[in-house]
Design a protein around this ligand. Structure first.
Ligand SMILES: [Zn+2]
Length: 382
């Protein structure tokens, strides 16, 4: 038995897909991946997330990786999650708090957290956005939870609401979006970092992110120890329907070594950098190797770009980088972006690749927004 567990533990941290390949053997209800996926897809299509499979809730992750994440949560795990989430994010009050959730798909998970003192309402992003804004204004939530870019759009719509707290979920929260949303609603914007695999980190009362090390064991696979970048390997202490044991996430986090003023001893994070496949890969100028460019460096370069680029997406496909953008001054914007990136690449000692520009961005609310993504690395021997 020890050998078998050792095998699973060792390989689970190495191969993320093992869970997919051996799904039936890894979940404790002997459910097949196919049955779970069909159940999850049916709920998505019918927009009815209440039916359960063998007594457990099935959810599909909204990730953009080729493998769809399927998570299983029992009523007991659901109650634990709800209690933990509320304790971490909502201060106790005898006044009933209204919580608005803007998500791509609902699940029993969220609505199970409703009770005497808290009401959750799910805002379905498949509906027209103007209608959602109207409903949101009528609901006037105390707490607003939404993906980062949806919060940005709500702020741009100048929705007439007065939230006490806002929380960004499911996407990288960029500093520019954070500032814009906080300024619009005069309210601090926190973060919940939750993956299909678990509730990993949340913002403390002093506005800093901490890993939830009271429910998780997190090992660090260092990407760059000097600047604190690591990939987390997580073990969730509360999950038993679909145990998460030494599970390697596809994200890069950045550790802050200075203690947080809130006094928490849990790992303090500077930020969530993004997914590993958000890194661009360019040929090293001095060797036949590829160098990975962290998305944060690209974001900062775009931030200081001379021309006002209101939004952008950067995608790498082999030797081509495509940049879609929104700007009033297209000619100048393209020139400035090219110059800014050329300066960055030269500083990092990497060769330039072909850059193609396209005006206009697909703002589909149902798509998980990734500002920077690498779909295919170049072959540097070409
Ligand atoms: Zn703190």
């Amino acid at each position: 038995m020890r050998t078998v567990i050792g095998f699973i533990i060792k390989f689970n941290s190495l191969f993320k897909n093992l869970k997919i390949i051996r799904y039936r053997y890894i979940n404790t209800l002997n459910l097949s991946l196919k049955a779970c996926e069909q159940h999850g897809l049916k709920a998505e299509n019918n927009r009815d997330f209440s039916p359960k499979l063998k007594g457990v809730s099935v959810g599909l992750s909204s990730g953009t990786s080729q493998q769809r994440g399927v998570f299983l949560v029992s009523p007991c795990e659901q109650a634990l999650w709800a209690g933990y989430m509320i304790a971490k994010n909502i201060t106790f009050s005898f006044r009933k708090k209204r919580v608005a959730l803007f998500l791509r798909s609902n699940s029993n998970l969220y609505e199970s957290a409703s009770g005497l003192l808290i009401r959750f309402r799910f805002f379905d992003l498949t509906k027209p956005f103007d209608q959602l804004i109207e409903e949101l204004e009528e609901y006037n939530p105390h707490i607003l939870i939404a993906p980062a870019h949806v919060l940005g759009v709500i702020a741009q719509h100048r929705a007439d609401i007065k939230p006490e707290k806002m929380i960004s979920v499911a996407e990288v929260l960029e500093e520019t979006v954070k500032e814009q949303v906080e300024a619009r609603f005069s309210c601090r914007l926190g973060e919940i970092y939750q993956a299909t695999e678990g509730y990993i980190a949340s913002t403390c009362s002093h506005g800093n992110l901490h890993i939830n090390e009271d429910i998780l064991i997190v090992e660090k696979e260092w990407v760059d120890k000097d600047d604190g970048r690591f990939v987390p390997i997580i073990t969730d202490l509360n999950r038993h329907t679909l145990p998460i044991i030494r599970y390697r996430l596809n994200d890069i986090l950045v550790e802050e070594t200075a203690p947080c003023s809130c006094g928490s001893q849990f790992t303090h994070l500077k930020r969530i950098e993004g997914r590993e496949d958000d890194m661009l890969w360019l040929p090293d100028s001095n060797s036949a190797k590829l160098t990975g460019i962290f998305p944060d460096l690209i974001r900062r370069a775009m931030y200081i770009c001379q021309t006002q680029v209101s939004d952008y997406r950067i995608e790498q496909n082999g030797k081509t980088i495509t940049i879609a953008y929104d700007s009033d001054d297209t000619k100048q914007a393209e020139k400035d972006i090219a110059t800014t990136l050329a300066e960055l690449f030269s500083r990092l000692n990497v060769d330039k690749l072909d850059i193609k520009f396209s005006l206009g961005i697909d703002h589909d609310m149902m798509k998980k927004q990734r500002r920077i993504a690498c779909y295919k690395k170049p072959n540097c021997l070409d």
